[in-house]
Design a protein around this ligand. Structure first.
Ligand SMILES: C[S@@+](CC[C@H](N)C(=O)[O-])C[C@H]1O[C@@H](n2cnc3c(N)ncnc32)[C@H](O)[C@@H]1O
Length: 358
């Protein structure tokens, strides 16, 4: 009798060796793990546990949890590697791992929870409508629910000061590693001035000023962002070398500078607007000046940078025409606008700098 084995027929085609049923389940049901971690961040569990180990009962009382699934919640976090525990049952004590203590305690500077807070508060529910986005091509965030048409999606987000601060902190968390790497790696020796267009709270300018003492920076963003940028820059004692400026890069020319940076800006817009912004940068640069785009640039084969590709799906959820792109796309647009040479500088994780020289 012929035996049946649970193996897919490959018909001679190359298969992904890791694509086991376990892996398929792990990705498919990934929202279980995702939502458990996001809930812990929402409850500030890692911040609470940074000061002392606690029993389940103590955590329950501090956060206000119900008794029913208390230990399932905490032990899931242990099993996923986000918490450690000593002992068993009611006397067990829970504490952070060294990594969650470093990256997920709100009171420590390397905190990366901002993007995860936004993931929980906004994106989690908006991604629930991914199928609608894929079949209509329409965004699924605040734009969908607004009473009147929204010209710039940032205007809607920025009407609410908590959402504004949350969004800007989230952006900073995502990009900080890449900004640090760029500030150290890029050759600034021929340059004196830099403008970061859509610079949010000024994290990129701060890293450049800290690592390149001869550089003077301007961080430019929409008016509601300026006070938050000023606060961030003054916290780093860099107000003498970084100016926070209000402006709209679709309505005004960019300040003349030797280097113009746009971090996670081009992916927000459709191709026509991308080209417009690159031309704005070109016009503001001197000969030899550099335009630097810091994003999750997708590999040219569009088959490896899964984060960059999912970021592009996130642009579908969040914007009217935005999408992420490959270095080859950037190179083509840069030459269309008039730049003469381009370069690709890997930074941190999925993020790299696409650089165009005038
Ligand atoms: C996705 S965030 C990127 C922030 C930062 N560059 C980074 O890489 O983390 C986009 C930024 O562009 C700003 N922005 C959007 N429209 C703008 C406009 N018309 N003029 C100036 N800044 C704008 C937003 O306020 C926001 O700070």
């Amino acid at each position: 009798m012929e035996t049946t084995t649970l193996q897919p027929k490959t018909n001679g085609k190359q298969t992904a060796p890791h694509l086991t049923p376990e892996h398929i389940m792990q990705i498919g049901m990934g929202f279980w793990a995702s939502k458990t971690l996001l809930a812990a961040i929402k409850f500030e569990l890692f911040t609470i546990l940074a000061s002392s180990k606690l029993t389940g009962e103590e955590i329950k009382n501090k956060i206000g949890l119900h008794a029913r699934s208390l230990y399932d919640f905490l032990d899931t976090l242990v099993a996923l590697g986000f918490l450690q525990k000593e002992g068993l049952g009611e006397t067990a004590e829970y504490c952070n791992t060294p990594e969650t203590d470093f990256f997920l305690d709100k009171n420590k500077p390397p905190y990366i929870g901002g993007i995860l807070e936004m993931g929980n508060d906004r994106l989690y529910k908006y991604w629930g409508d991914l199928e609608e986005a894929l079949t209509t091509g329409e965004p699924q965030n605040e734009i969908k629910y607004a009473a009147t048409a929204i010209e710039n999606p940032f205007d809607e987000l920025y009407k609410n000061p908590d959402k504004l601060r949350g969004f800007l902190n989230a952006m900073t968390g995502v990009q900080m590693g890449a900004f640090m790497s760029f500030a150290k790696q890029f050759d600034f020796s021929n340059y004196k001035t830099l403008t970061d267009a859509g610079g949010s709270i000024g994290a990129l300018s701060t890293q450049v000023a800290l690592n390149q003492p001869h550089m003077h920076c301007t961080t430019l963003d929409l008016p509601p962002v300026q006070p938050l940028a000023e606060e961030f820059i003054s916290k780093h004692h860099l107000s003498g070398r970084i100016k926070a400026k209000s402006g709209d890069f679709f309505k005004e020319a960019l300040p003349h500078s030797d280097v113009i940076v746009m971090g996670n800006i081009l992916h927000d817009w459709d191709e026509k607007d991308k080209l417009y912004l690159m031309k704005q940068a070109y016009d503001a640069l001197p000969e030899g000046g550099a335009f630097v785009c810091i994003e999750s640039i997708i590999d040219n084969e569009r088959s490896k940078n899964a984060f960059g590709l999912m970021m592009s799906l996130n642009m579908l959820i969040e914007t009217k025409g935005g999408f992420d792109f490959t270095f080859n796309d950037f190179d083509e647009w840069a030459h269309q606008v008039g730049f003469t040479k381009t370069e690709w500088l890997p930074l941190a994780g999925p993020t790299s700098a696409a650089i165009a020289y005038k």
